[in-house]
Design a protein around this ligand. Structure first.
Ligand code: ATP
Ligand code: MG
Length: 282
């Protein structure tokens, strides 16, 4: 279990993380959603020991995470928001380099590399230098590297940014498999559909503060599981939310403009809080 208590981080006059406390139970697939600059990457960098909090503590199974926490770091895998592969190295050399950092033996590195490259469809490019890979392949390789040492905890900062829908689905399938095998996963994403698809728990963050946490279904139930969508007089799409299908249908019948009755999504939750300005979103 991961326990964060009252984490704060400022950069000069900017407060990036402002008093975050949370518990992540083993086996959870947690999504961290929030607008640009909300503090997601800073929070993740502190949790993975890449950045020290100004105040607050982070415990993995009771062990503190800090820059020198070797045993704790051994239990985690991380992919950063920006691609950070060794460009001149081949795919398999990147894997070998990552394995060596965790002091793995040659045979273990080879076995883990074969398994991960095969699962992620990178077998055919294993001897290509990583700078010649497509964007989707690079993202897959970053995930493979993060898992070389079979960590218990996986931290993914926007792992599918800028890749095509097929490659994204491949990554989703792979992550779902990792989750089923028992890994605890923390994911940030701007693809809200991705969080709805994968995560069993979602945290909404803005201004460095977590202001909602629930299952995707719980967050959707809070705004209303059905919506009526129609074009308003200002030519902008309007959504109204309802607690039941009959209520949504009754509202649709009362409108004299074309409209649709649809199930609400996590994206609606995001926009709902945005338009209400909850958590400071504008
Ligand atoms: N090294 C740094 N030096 C100065 N300011 C920083 C640094 N890292 C982050 N910040 C600031 O902290 C705030 C939070 O940034 P962070 O990268 O954590 O946001 P984010 O939620 O990951 O955003 P995005 O969705 O754009 O990746 C921003 O205002 C950012 O400019
Ligand atoms: Mg970020």
């Amino acid at each position: 279990m991961i326990v964060c208590d009252c984490l704060h981080k400022t950069f000069g006059t900017v407060t990036a993380v402002d008093g975050v406390s949370m518990e992540i139970k083993d086996g959870t697939f947690l999504g961290l959603l929030g607008p640009n600059g909300a503090g997601k990457t800073t929070l993740m960098r502190m949790m993975t020991g890449l950045l020290s909090p100004d105040t607050g503590t982070i415990l993995f199974d009771g062990q503190p995470m800090d820059r020198n926490a070797v045993a704790v770091k051994q239990a985690i895998g991380v992919t950063s928001q920006h691609i950070n592969l060794d460009k001149e190295l081949t795919v398999e050399e990147n894997m070998e380099f990552a394995g060596r950092l965790y002091r793995m033996g040659k045979a273990d590195i080879a076995a883990s590399t074969d398994r991960l490259l095969s699962f992620l469809g990178l077998e055919s490019v294993r001897r290509r230098v990583s700078q010649s890979l497509s964007g989707g392949m690079k993202r897959k390789l970053m995930i493979a590297k993060a898992l070389i040492h079979d960590p218990r905890y996986l931290f993914l900062d926007e792992p599918t940014v800028g890749i095509d829908p097929n490659a994204r689905r491949d990554i989703w399938d792979f992550l779902r498999m990792q989750h089923k095998e028992g890994k605890t996963i923390l994911l940030t994403t701007h693809y809200i559909e991705e969080a709805q698809h994968l995560c069993d728990d979602v945290m909404l963050i803005d201004g460095g503060k977590i202001f909602r946490e629930d299952t995707p279904e719980g967050l959707i139930a809070e705004i209303g599981p059905f919506k009526v969508e129609y074009e308003g007089e200002d030519e902008r799409m309007k959504s109204e939310f309802f607690g039941s299908l009959p209520e949504a249908k009754a509202r649709a019948a009362s409108l004299d403009v074309p409209c649709s009755v649809l199930p609400s999504t996590l994206e609606d939750v995001f926009f709902h809080h945005t338009s209400k300005g909850v958590g400071g979103w504008k």
